[in-house]
Every structure is written in structure tokens, then in C-alpha cells.
Design a binder for this molecule. Structure first.
Ligand code: SF4
Length: 651
């Protein structure tokens, strides 16, 4: 089953929204009187361009007119008067519309065909592709545009096609830059990461998920270029460079009008008015499309909270320090180190190791900024920005995900490791109905027929206890409540029947009652499906509710990990102890809830020695001297503290 095959529409409520969405956009456009006038005018222009040369074939080749009717004003016989050789102005205006509009279409087509794919590739892929396209764009922009058109026209004299294609090439760098800028924020959105986790190819994500979002920008650009092309073409035709005489064109007629300006000023009015109305219509229509598109997204779009762009891993490979794991854990992370070259090669994850057994639920705990989410996303190699794994091994079901070829990793994402995020609304593609998105994931992962995928999508919605799954399947993400959206996101994560589910703060954005329902749902799904869960959270209540073990992170390092009972009873790291003490459920005195002084240091500002020592009440000189290794004081317990033995039982 190829992704291309899935592009075809599904039927009923599970169909992609494109057609119906286009109808909606058209309806919104038609509610604006000015837009309707512009559309009517442009429709008239197009009809005239098609019909007039067919009805009046002689006008295009009419060289001689009538010497007795030269430069006449409007009359009953000649409604728009006659030109400098006595030909009917209205006839030439109508017939000249085709060549004029053809020139516009040629240049706009060329600039979009070159500029849009280049901008999408630069914005979405980034890295070398972005730099290479940026260099080509700069090079093209540095060329003298008009001089280039004149050079081309000297090679292809009076060729409208050559002139307009050259103009399109000259305009394409602007398109590239605008499209790239529009793509950059979209690639950061969670639903793009979710699409990658679903196993969709880059080409499919770019053409369906990204292009659909920037379509309004592209239409506005097309309108602007149409106006620009019309004006430029008129100038070239006025100079007699692109339309061979006696063929009529609006530009040629403007030139005729200017040369007769003193004898018959009227002559410039017909082509001038036609041009002005067309340019204004293009501009207003482009504005209207932009506004309507913005209205459409304003109800659907929620900004992604942080940078989570999927980045190709550069320089990642098997850790030179991590031998293959001896354990039979489903997931074994060893000495994982992640850095960001664009931030001065700062490490944000430092020597992180932990395991998850099949069917186990492990909580990844810590304050914001400790590296929990980066650790979780590095398991899928979906690091934000230019983040890269520089050391370590991520062994999942016998394979090292840190060095697995991208093509193979794509089959792991979604199918073997699922992902749900804290912002369910932005993890669903706003352009498509819920049912269609689910059915697509099912087809990508299992290669089943369209009908079977639709049935499975409904079953998935039912399995996450959504009432009336058929109705929910027909809704857009922005029509869902937060709890419903999270259930849909969970259903999609289950589409591949993963062995491991990464749940990144899955209840943070939800209210308390919905949080409890989602936790209960996760517990039930895990029990029924036997999948392992890595639960990223800062909430000890959620950990206590759902997890078997906890891994505590601080400033990019694992500082402690253990099963919940011993961890809660006697934490072996001061940070874990302080986190537990400051939790509402553990506070000895609710009137004086303890807090940890200071804040988590940013990557690059980690203190020497123990990262926690500036905030630690147990710190000694030895804690500041050298990095603290992760010790194993007892079976099943790890701590990164040299004074762990001094910590007492919590209660
Ligand atoms: S190593 Fe020292 S500074 Fe770090 S947590 Fe332990 S006692 Fe505190």
C-alpha cells in the first residue's frame, strides 16, 4: 500500500475535506459584495479571452483600417472609437484580451511552479536543502530582472511566451521566500510531528498537511503576481517587444493611445480602464481569499507551545561508550546525549539511561526545563530544531533507534511507538476531519482497504469511549472539546497498535474531571492491550495513579529511578525528596507548602559537579568538585547523589 493510494478521497464522513471545504470558502467569498464584483469582472475577462478571437478571427491579423475613420471618438458605429489607423477599438480590446491574459497565466504559472515547491522544501526540510535553495534564491535575486527579460527577448524577438516565462523565473525567488516563511511555523506544530509519528512520508506531509495550510498565501501571491505581470507585460507590449504587430494586446493599445495622446486623449482610456479594473480585481480578490482563509484557521489553530520540529538526525550513531544491552527490556536507553549545534553545541540531555519493560508504565518526572520532553522525542528522533543525538543507544525491541535508517525508523513511528501530546488540539491536522485522519493512519500502518480502515477508525473512536463515534468522525478538530480531542489523539496513537506509547503530559491542558477520565482510559487501554507507557509529567499524583516506576530528571540528567513504593517512602536524591515534599499530596502542612529554592539552570549554564548543588541543602564541597555518576545503591534503584545515605524516610 503506497501513501499515494491513500490520497484518494474516502467516502461519507470519513472523506477528506478538500471539496466541501472549497465549497465553504467559496460561499464565504460570495458573501462579500466587492469580492463578487471582482469575480464577475475576472470571469467576464476570461470568457472574452476565450470567445472573442473565435468570433472575430479577422481582428488579430487586421493591419489596415479605414483612413477616413482615424482617431474617432465613441459613436454608435464604433462604441469605443477607432485607433490611429481607423480600426475599431472595442474589437481590438476584446480580441487582445486573450494574448494579454495568456501572458499573465504563463508568468504566474512559472513563478508558482518554481517558487512554491522550492519554498516548501526549504521551509520543511531545512538544513542543507534550505541553505542550497537560499543560495539559489539570492543568486536569482541579484540578477537585473528587466535586463534579463530584454536579453531573452533579443534571442526570441516578440515572443510573449519567452518574455513571460522569464518574468516568472525572476519573480519565483520572492515566492520561495514567502512560502518558506509560511512553512517554518507550520512544521513546528504538533500535528506535523503526529503525522510523522503516523509514518506518513515527507512528500505526503508537505503536499497534504503543509500545502493545504499555506494555500491562502499562495493564492494571494498568485493574485499579486497576476497584477504585476499584467503591468509589466503592458510596458513591454507598449515598447513593441512582446506582441508582434498587428496582433492586438492591451499593452500595444496603451502604446497607441500614448502616441495619439494630444490628438485623441480618449484612445488611452479603453485599454487603461480594462487594465486598471483587472489589476484591482486581482488585488481585491487576493485580499478576500487571504481574509477568508485566515478566518477559517483562526478557529482551528492553536500555537504549538514549544519548538518540536522533527529534524533529521545528523551525526547520530551507536554510542562509543554504550555496549548493547544485556537486559530483555522493551526499551533500553543508554548514555543518551543530545545537543543543539545552533545553540553553540549545548548539551540539553546528558548521559541519560533508563529502561522500560513490556507492559510497564514508567513516569518521566521533573520540573519544566529538565529535559523530559526532549528525552521522549529523541526516542522517535523527532528532536526540535537542529537537535541531534551525539552519543548513546536507544534499543527498542532489539534495534538501535539512534542509528536506524530513517526509512526503517518511519515504520517504527506510530506502528511500534505511539505518541500523544499535551496539546491534543494542535496534534490533529486542522484541515481534515477526524475520521479521515484516523482512517489514514490505519491504512498507512496496516495497508487495509479503505472500507476496512473506515470501520477500524470508528472502532478506535469507540474504544476511547467517545459517544456517537460516527458523528465524531465527521467533525473537524476545532469542533472538539479538549477531552474529546485528547481521546481522538489517543485513538490515533493506537491505530498502529504500538508496543510503547509515549504520553507527553497528556492531561496538563485538561480540566480536573477530564484529566481523571483520560487517566482511567489510559489505564484501561494499557491493561487491555498490554502496551508499555512512558508518561512524561511533572505531577506526582498522575505518577502515583498510573505508573509502576518513576525516572526523575534534573537539568538534563536522570538523578534517580526506582519503583514507586520505595521511591515514595525513601527517595535517594534530594531533588526527588524536594519534589515529593512540594507536592500537594505529600505536604505535611498545607498552609506552608514547601518549594524548591531557585530554578532549573538552562542548558549551557549547568553548574560544575552536581547539577543540583546550588539548590541542595545537603551539598558539600565534594558535590561541586566533579560530575556525579549514577550509582546503584540497591537492586532496582539508581541515584546521582553522593550523600544518598543521609536522606531519611519521608514520613
Ligand atoms: S550530590 Fe550533593 S549537591 Fe548533589 S544532590 Fe547529592 S548532596 Fe545534593
Amino acid at each position: 500500500m503506497t501513501t499515494a493510494a491513500i490520497v484518494e478521497p474516502l467516502d461519507s464522513g470519513l472523506a477528506p475535506a478538500t471539496d466541501r471545504e472549497s465549497t465553504r470558502l467559496l460561499r464565504r467569498l460570495l458573501r462579500r459584495p466587492v469580492t463578487v464584483v471582482c469575480m464577475v469582472w475576472l470571469a467576464v475577462v476570461v470568457i472574452v479571452a476565450i470567445v472573442a478571437p473565435i468570433l472575430m478571427p479577422h481582428v488579430a491579423s487586421q493591419n489596415a483600417g479605414n483612413i477616413f475613420k482615424v482617431l474617432q471618438g465613441p459613436s454608435r458605429q464604433h462604441l469605443l472609437g477607432t485607433d490611429s489607423v481607423g480600426r475599431d477599438v472595442l474589437d481590438r480590446l476584446l480580441v487582445g484580451t486573450r494574448v494579454t491574459m495568456l501572458g499573465v497565466v504563463e508568468s504566474v504559472f512559472v513563478t508558482l511552479v518554481i517558487g512554491v515547491p522550492a519554498g516548501l522544501a526549504a521551509g520543511y526540510l531545512g538544513g542543507r536543502t534550505d541553505r542550497a535553495i537560499g543560495w539559489l534564491t539570492d543568486l536569482t535575486l541579484s540578477l537585473p530582472g528587466i535586463a534579463l527579460v530584454l536579453v531573452v527577448l533579443s534571442i526570441f524577438p516578440s515572443s510573449m511566451l519567452a518574455g513571460m516565462v522569464t518574468l516568472g523565473v525572476i519573480l519565483s525567488p520572492f515566492t520561495t521566500r514567502v512560502v518558506r516563511s509560511a512553512t517554518l511555523p507550520i512544521r513546528e506544530e504538533l500535528y506535523i510531528a503526529a503525522a510523522q509519528v503516523s509514518g506518513l512520508s515527507r512528500f505526503y506531509i508537505i503536499t497534504r498537511h503543509v500545502l493545504s495550510r499555506i494555500l491562502g498565501v499562495v493564492i494571494v501571491l498568485a493574485a499579486i503576481y497576476a497584477a504585476t505581470s499584467l503591468v509589466t507585460q503592458t510596458g513591454l507590449a507598449y515598447l513593441g517587444l512582446i506582441v508582434p504587430l498587428p496582433a492586438p494586446s492591451w499593452g500595444g493599445m496603451v502604446g497607441d493611445g500614448i502616441s495619439a495622446l494630444t490628438n485623441q486623449p480618449w484612445l488611452i482610456w479603453p485599454p487603461g480602464v480594462a487594465m486598471t479594473l483587472t489589476v484591482v480585481a486581482f488585488g481585491l480578490l487576493g485580499d478576500a481569499v487571504r481574509d477568508v482563509t485566515a478566518e477559517r484557521w483562526s478557529g482551528a489553530r492553536v500555537q504549538r507551545p514549544g519548538r518540536r520540529r522533527a529534524a533529521p538526525m545528523a551525526g547520530a550513531g551507536p554510542s562509543p561508550v554504550a555496549p548493547a544491552p544485556a537486559s530483555d527490556a522493551l526499551l533500553c536507553v543508554q548514555n543518551l546525549t543530545v545537543r543543539f549545534p545552533s545553540r553553540g553545541s549545548v548539551r540539553v540531555i546528558d548521559d541519560v539511561s533508563f529502561e522500560i519493560a513490556a507492559g510497564e508504565t514508567v513516569g518521566l518526572v521533573g520540573e519544566s526545563g529538565c529535559g523530559k520532553t526532549v528525552t521522549a522525542m529523541s526516542l522517535l528522533r523527532l528532536l526540535p530544531g537542529d537537535g541531534e543525538i551525539v552519543a548513546g543507544r536507544i534499543t527498542f525491541d532489539g534495534r538501535d533507534l539512534a542509528s536506524l535508517p530513517e526509512e526503517q525508523l518511519r515504520r517504527v513511528r506510530g506502528r511500534e511507538i505511539g505518541l500523544i501530546s499535551q496539546e491534543p488540539m494542535v496534534s490533529l491536522t486542522p484541515a481534515f476531519r477526524v475520521g479521515w485522519q484516523l482512517a489514514l493512519s490505519v491504512r498507512v500502518h496496516h495497508g487495509v482497504s479503505r472500507r476496512a480502515a473506515q470501520a477500524t477508525a470508528i472502532e478506535l473512536l469507540r474504544s476511547v469511549h467517545l459517544p456517537d463515534p460516527g458523528l465524531v468522525a465527521r467533525l473537524y478538530p476545532h469542533e472538539l472539546s479538549g477531552g474529546m480531542a485528547q481521546r481522538v489523539a489517543i485513538a490515533r496513537a493506537l491505530a498502529g497498535e504500538p508496543k510503547l506509547l509515549i504520553a507527553d503530559e497528556p492531561t496538563t491542558a485538561l480540566d480536573v474531571t477530564v484529566q481523571a477520565e483520560i487517566l482511567e482510559l489510559l489505564r484501561e487501554l494499557q491493561r487491555d492491550r498490554g502496551m508499555a507507557i512512558l508518561l512524561v509529567t511533572h505531577d506526582w499524583g498522575v505518577v502515583a495513579d498510573l505508573c509502576d516506576r518513576a525516572v526523575v530528571m534534573y537539568a538534563g540528567q536522570v538523578v534517580e529511578q526506582a519503583e514507586l513504593n520505595p521511591l515514595f517512602r525513601r527517595p535517594l536524591h534530594p531533588y526527588t525528596r524536594a519534589l515529593l515534599m512540594s507536592d500537594l499530596h505529600n505536604a505535611p502542612d498545607l498552609d506552608h507548602l514547601p518549594s524548591i529554592p531557585g530554578s532549573v539552570p538552562k542548558p549551557g549554564a549547568w553548574p560544575h559537579g552536581c547539577h543540583f548543588h546550588p539548590r541542595c541543602g545537603y551539598a558539600t564541597a565534594a558535590c561541586r568538585d566533579q560530575p556525579i555518576p549514577l550509582e546503584h545503591p540497591t537492586a532496582g534503584r539508581d541515584t546521582r547523589c553522593i550523600h544518598a545515605d543521609q536522606l531519611s524516610v519521608l514520613r
